[in-house]
Write a protein that binds this ligand. Structure first.
Ligand code: ADP
Length: 174
């Protein structure tokens, strides 16, 4: 059955209004390229200053900060795995990023969240595989968390959106 609380869209996550947007961060939490760079540019220097107080964040873990200059109230910095061929626990680590983000939402009483496609840029995780992991974790969170009002996945290209839409259909949620 299709869950209307799950929205797949093409767009720029820095412009999304939500209780939290998720950053595909690196372990140093110091900004970088891709979506990480875009979020830090849009949020302004206060975000980096706050990240510097948090120390390192290992792959599969997440940390929460304020949204600073973003329309979103918070940023959840999740560190995805670097793809190494699939035999190094990448799937478990990627799933854990989503799981940890939802735990932080629960702890902070947040209802709406937007994710980018974690690990599928510079970290090289094949997007067909990553989309299945992401959507499985999101749908399971929607099932067990009645406080979740909306989960948006913001894809940066039409092709990526298409991949996620197909994966959603394959999971019987299209
Ligand atoms: P990672 O290092 O986890 O692979 P990247 O930022 O390199 O992170 O890529 C993750 C995904 O985010 C890619 O699919 C990339 O196209 C996408 N992306 C880049 N900029 C944005 C943005 N402003 N909004 C949403 N997604 C973005």
């Amino acid at each position: 059955m299709s869950d209307e609380r799950l929205v797949l869209m093409r767009g720029d996550i820095t412009q999304v209004q939500a209780d939290a947007i998720v950053n595909a961060a690196n372990s140093a939490l110091c900004g970088g390229g891709g979506v990480d760079g875009a979020i830090h540019r849009a949020a302004g220097p206060g975000l980096l200053a706050e990240c510097r107080t948090l120390g390192r964040c290992p792959p599969g873990e997440a940390r929460i900060t304020g949204g600073h200059g973003l329309p979103a109230r918070h940023v959840i910095h999740a560190v995805g795995p670097v793809w190494q061929g699939g035999g190094s626990g990448e799937e478990t680590l990627l799933a854990r990023c989503y799981w940890r983000a939802f735990s932080l939402m629960e702890q902070h009483g947040l209802g709406t969240i937007a994710f980018p496609s974690i690990s599928t840029g510079a970290y090289g995780y094949p997007i067909e595989r990553a989309s299945r992991v992401a959507l499985r974790e999101i749908l399971s969170a929607l099932e067990r968390m009645p406080t979740l009002q909306r989960v948006t996945v913001v894809l940066f290209s039409d092709r990526d959106l298409d991949v996620y839409q197909r994966a959603r259909q394959a999971l019987g949620n299209g």
